[in-house]
Design a protein around this ligand. Structure first.
Ligand code: AQP
Length: 330
């Protein structure tokens, strides 16, 4: 199994990023340890340039934080390859080769671009061609499995289409068409307002939120206005939906029974959520502090990861170069 996924260093990671993607990164890093298999995870700093422009120090800081967060959450550099996207120049060359086989209508359909445009946010050629750079990210490592949240499935399908189109045009199996790996229970994590949790919607709860802010945010989760005496059906309630992500089946059942019995206020359910989230991420807080004290080691992980990624990616890129009629570099 060849696993790959990228995450943008555009701000601190939130519960949506964790349950939608990062938790699967950690699980798959072991599953991918097969002969010839490997997990590649990268900090998508080139993609982040479509959001963070003219603020180099902010991007650098977010990239450092993103590396620390992933390591703290359990990414093991001895198992998985962790690197910065911009440290692998091969990806932008493959991006160009893919652009030459991309039909415009494919990009017109891209939901990130359509969504941002519809919300009146600035949309440039970088955002428009974003799915193609993403395809290059995936195809450069012969990845077959891409752990993502539901919002990214369309982009992985675009990647499949492009790989197949490329192979068809050049009449050879040059690129490996990948598949999205999505878990049903966390494909779309909701935010404070019940909509998809997303930085650009301002409804996120960060993984490494301070205890004070965590409490404040959880207390602001939108609920209905039923009185505390009412019996409530837990399914569909925002607090319960988030609680389920952290709880064991027994804990879920216990809280569900309290909802159904009536007499429980939302304050109690929110406290259960805060406690569950705090306990869940406690080991990650400890690991984060340990990595934070060793910045040179973090940089080392990223540089070693980039060297490995360039090695694997260089071979695939040469395959593409030769197929296209360009000279191989090795
Ligand atoms: N709410 C979510 N539920 C499930 N999965 C999610 N992901 C993001 N939000 C949710 C998954 O996290 C991974 C990283 O995606 P990204 O780097 O593109 O992060 P993002 O999309 O920038 O996160 P935001 O907060 O939604 O940012 P904006 O608002 O800038 O677009 C992906 O696998 C994604 O599916």
């Amino acid at each position: 199994m060849r696993v790959l996924s990228g995450i943008q260093p555009t701000g601190r990671f939130h519960w949506g990023n964790y349950f939608g993607a990062i938790r699967q990164y950690i699980a798959l890093q072991t599953a991918a340890e097969t002969p010839g298999g490997r997990a590649f995870y990268f900090l998508a700093d080139l993609h982040a340039l479509t959001t963070i422009r003219g603020e180099p120090e902010t991007l650098r800081q977010h990239t450092r934080d993103a590396a620390l967060d992933l390591l703290a959450l359990g990414l093991d550099p001895n198992r998985a390859t962790l690197f910065r996207q911009s440290d692998v120049p091969e990806v932008t060359e493959l991006f160009w080769a893919l652009l030459t086989v991309t039909q415009m209508h494919l990009l017109d359909k891209g939901h990130s671009y359509k969504e941002k445009k519809a919300r009146g946010l600035p949309a440039d050629a970088g955002l428009y061609t974003y799915p193609i750079l993403q395809a290059a990210d995936i195809l450069l490592y012969d990845s077959d499995t891409v752990p993502v949240g539901a919002d990214q499935v369309q982009h992985i399908e675009i990647t499949r289409d492009l790989a197949e189109r490329f192979n068809h045009i050049y009449s050879a199996d040059v690129l490996v068409p990948p598949r999205a790996y999505v878990l049903d229970d966390s494909a779309k994590v909701i935010g404070l307002d019940g909509e998809k949790m997303s930085k650009s919607y301002g409804n996120t709860i960060e993984i490494f939120e301070s205890p004070k802010k965590l409490k404040k945010k959880c207390n602001s989760i939108v609920t209905d206005s039923l009185s505390v005496e009412d019996r409530k059906e837990p399914e569909g309630d925002n607090v319960f939906t988030l609680y389920k992500l952290f709880a064991t089946p027994e804990q879920r059942e216990e809280l569900a029974a309290k909802y159904r019995a009536g007499g429980m206020g939302y304050g109690e359910a929110k406290k259960a959520l805060i406690d569950a989230a705090t306990a869940y991420f406690a080991p990650a807080w400890e690991r984060r502090a340990a990595w934070e004290a060793r910045p040179d080691d973090v940089e080392d992980v990223l540089r070693t990861g980039a060297a490995k990624a360039r090695d694997v990616g260089g071979t695939v890129l040469d395959r593409v170069r030769v197929a296209c009629g360009l000279a191989a570099r090795r």
